[in-house]
Design a protein around this ligand. Structure first.
Ligand code: DP6
Length: 342
């Protein structure tokens, strides 16, 4: 039987949701409050369409611990993070029982493809419904943020801004939609250059950067201007303006992280080769730009007319293992539990 949500006739506290990864165009890097996971800067992203995480959350009255299966395996460190996230929901619902969580990604996990963004957005979305919590999308975004910053943005689809917020308790540091995916349906080619898990995760990388990089304050001081340029570019559907501010933000974030001690070098040779190829295409007039997160995969964002040419150029680059292709998609949403199948 398909179960869309919530407590069914048998009284089960169970729900499943799907969320997609997002890719930051104006990057989040750095925390002003580690416990609440508040960022030092705002950020702007696009939510993807055909990569997804599907998660089934089933709370079990009488069960003490959480039992977690991610792509059919269990991992202690991941289970700990998921328990911390579910605790936020349990506190709100006033319950203390454990959950059985099954989650599946259709893309490589933890290799700089924002699996924590789609993962925690899907977990919060499903968990809240399983517990019959009536949370607004902004509240879900706030809770997802506490579990992984970028997850705040995957609650929404299309073009999304995660605002810095002013309040010390972080309740206003949430994501908000800027523009629907179909209002400006750009495409994204993802060049997979490694399937290994990254060596230094984002959280550790950000902490190291804040403690040791001499560029931290310049990063913070210049972000508001970048956000403003990107917002205007998105509103005006100005591809060239978005291309230039996005590559600038990406390279600036990596320069900041490269200057940490020891330096954080997330790229491999193929990543750099792909950057050159994207720039060469743009010089020939092809509407495409790149962005890279805390991992070696390169994401090339382009107008739909350019996608085949962009994919061919990336596929041909030495060291590229595969090229995925996706449009922009919706935010987190309910699915039937039997769609998870993990
Ligand atoms: C480079 O959201 O994974 O992808 O909040 O510590 O879980 P935590 O970090 P995370 O960091 C993402 C960093 C980034 C840039 C971005 O997505 O804005």
């Amino acid at each position: 039987m398909n179960r869309e949500s919530r407590t069914d006739a048998s009284g089960e506290l169970r729900a499943a949701s799907q969320a997609q990864p997002n890719i930051a165009l104006i990057k989040y890097w750095g925390k002003r409050d580690v416990a609440l996971n508040l960022p030092v800067v705002g950020s702007i992203s696009i939510t993807l369409e055909s990569l997804w995480t599907r998660t089934d959350v089933h709370f079990m009255p009488g069960q003490k611990d959480d039992r977690v299966s991610l792509n059919g395996r269990s991992d202690q460190a991941e289970t700990k993070r998921i328990t911390k996230c579910l605790d936020l929901l349990r506190t709100r619902a006033g319950v203390d029982y454990g959950a059985n969580v099954a989650s599946r990604n259709n893309f490589p996990t933890a290799a700089g493809l924002a699996s924590s963004a789609s993962g925690f957005a899907a977990l919060v979305h499903a968990g809240a419904r399983a517990l019959n919590l009536d949370l607004s999308l902004e509240e879900q975004s706030m809770l997802a943020r506490r579990c992984s910053g970028s997850a705040a943005r995957s609650i929404f689809g299309g073009y999304v801004e995660w605002v810095h917020g002013k309040l010390a308790d972080g309740t206003d540091s949430v994501a908000r939609p800027l523009l629907d995916a179909n209002a400006w349906p750009l495409r994204v080619a993802v060049a997979i250059t490694s399937t290994a898990a990254k060596q230094v995760g984002s959280t550790e990388g950000m902490n190291r950067t804040a403690e040791t990089s001499p560029y931290q304050s310049a990063w913070i001081d210049t972000q508001e201007a970048d956000l403003s340029v990107a917002r205007d570019a998105i509103r005006a559907r100005d591809f060239d303006a978005l291309a230039s501010i996005s590559e600038y933000s990406c390279l600036k974030m990596h320069a900041l992280a490269l200057a940490a001690q020891p330096g954080l070098l997330y790229w491999n040779g193929a990543t750099v080769e792909c950057m050159h190829r994207v720039r060469a295409l743009r010089q020939q007039g092809v509407p495409v730009f790149f962005t890279v997160d805390a991992g070696p995969q390169l994401k090339a964002v382009c107008e739909p007319s350019a996608i085949e040419q962009v994919k061919a150029a990336l596929r041909d680059a030495p060291g590229v293992l595969d090229v995925l292709d996706t449009g922009l998609g919706e935010g987190a949403r309910a699915i039937a539990t039997d769609l998870v199948g993990a």
